[in-house]
Design a binder for this molecule. Structure first.
Ligand code: HEC
Length: 137
């Protein structure tokens, strides 16, 4: 009896860890741990013009969420870290009960351009924000 349940449990653990590993490998798709463009003036200027062009309508010219199309999130307080940022921008996000969703930019923006936007947005961060650390999703 004991032998059987132990075996079952073992199978579970293998299945689970395989699942996690596969998921992580897909999700992270070579996104670096930290933003390669942090502090890079030229990249931040490019990021700013991308931001103005494609994000500001919802997130506001000052990234405070007060865009003319309403209530995109306040990005000055973003706290999911660099990878979290890239994931949200690539995949988009829709929360139950919210009328407006964050569109997915995969296939629209290159990862590089997303990193540049991130480098620009870092300069807008206010206290308590986390644009740096990797792994909080
Ligand atoms: C059509 C409007 C719209 C556009 C355009 C848009 N967003 Fe968003 N974004 C949203 C909304 C709405 C949310 C909040 C989603 C939710 O409910 O979680 C959001 C959420 C986010 C978040 C998560 C914020 C947090 O604190 O978790 C990030 C990061 C973000 N947007 C970045 C961007 C960037 C970068 C661009 C431009 C490439 C962009 N967004 C363009 C509407 C938009």
């Amino acid at each position: 009896m004991q032998g059987i349940s132990k075996k079952r449990w073992g199978r579970w653990v293998v299945a689970l860890s395989f699942g996690f590993a596969a998921g992580a490998a897909l999700a992270d798709d070579a996104i670096p741990e930290s933003n390669p463009y942090s502090g890079d003036e030229k990249a931040m200027r490019e990021g700013k013009s991308w931001y103005r062009g494609v994000c500001a309508a919802c997130h506001g010219g000052r990234a405070d969420g007060a865009g003319e199309r309403g209530n995109g999130a306040d990005l000055r307080k973003f706290e999911l870290g660099f990878k979290g940022f890239v994931h949200v921008v690539l995949e988009g996000r829709q929360q139950p009960g919210r009328t407006m969703a964050m569109p997915a930019w995969k296939g629209v923006l290159k990862n590089d351009d997303i990193y540049k936007i991130g480098a620009y947005l870092e300069t807008m961060a206010i206290e308590g924000a986390n644009w740096k650390e990797g792994n909080r999703h």
